[in-house]
Design a protein around this ligand. Sequence first.
Ligand SMILES: Cc1ncc(C[n+]2csc(CCOP(=O)(O)OP(=O)(O)O)c2C)c(N)n1
Length: 288
Amino acid sequence: MSDTKAFNNQVGIQWCPGCPNFGILQAVKKALAELGKEPHEVCLVSGIGQAAKLPHYLNCNFFNGLHGRALPAAVGIHCANPTLTTLVTTGEGDCYGEGGNHFIHTIMRNPDITVMVHNNEFYALTKGQASPTTLPGEKRALQQKGVEKAQMNMPALAVANGCTFVARGFAGELDHLTDLIVRAVNHTGFSHLEVIQPCITWSKRPVSWYRERIYELDEDYDSGDRDAALKMLLEETEKKPIGVLYQTQPRKTMGARFRQTITDRPLPELKPIGAETIQSALNDYRPD
Ligand SMILES: Cc1ncc(C[n+]2csc(CCOP(=O)(O)OP(=O)(O)O)c2C)c(N)n1
């Protein structure tokens, strides 16, 4: 156990007062402390959005990149330095919308990283337009006649495509969420943790509406049963289960494959490549 205070920084938080993102931020700090991590051992990665601001508010390494491109950056960071705990923390617009293709391919590559997706069901930073998880029929600023598309079910897609850890938490259940983050990080391979995050500014519903529509998976639930997990996720009714939805034996990770091919050590431990080596490689591209 390390000290949560080590992750505090002095950056002024730009979220709306009372935003459930504050709960997620607290859960991240608690989980990292519970995992015994020190700030220099962690790298948070995000794209663009309200959720994607979370790495700004922690004292640790972080990379804040382009909208939808958090996962490729995180995969690169993980391959270069597998000793870091790499945690992507971002919104569903960023991860399922703009970056949806990256999400699917990252599942298959299976790097040993965790992605935590704050799902508030619309694009909050840009004032509440519909996202891939907005309820069908819901009227939004740009969807005046109501959303016509079906709602994206990323946890089901993740299970169906071989993700070996899929979980869902609620921003208002701090201890439960902290535990899920710890379990996701401890799992070897790509871990997907979706967090239901009510938005108090752009949602038309109170936080209680979201709380009434979740239930905690009980002790008897067998998270290793893939068919049962898929059935539950595909049949999801008004109430969504929270907890570890699916977890199975880790399979070979992308970092392990990469290091077997390139080097068996983290890149930062390798000797720097000298200017002469780079020059000689570049010379190969010179026209004769
Ligand atoms: C390439 C690109 N397209 C669109 C935008 C505008 N944009 C910024 S954040 C965002 C949506 C963020 O939504 P989400 O990831 O759900 O995060 P939230 O703000 O809801 O937490 C959009 C569309 C952008 N910055 N870059």
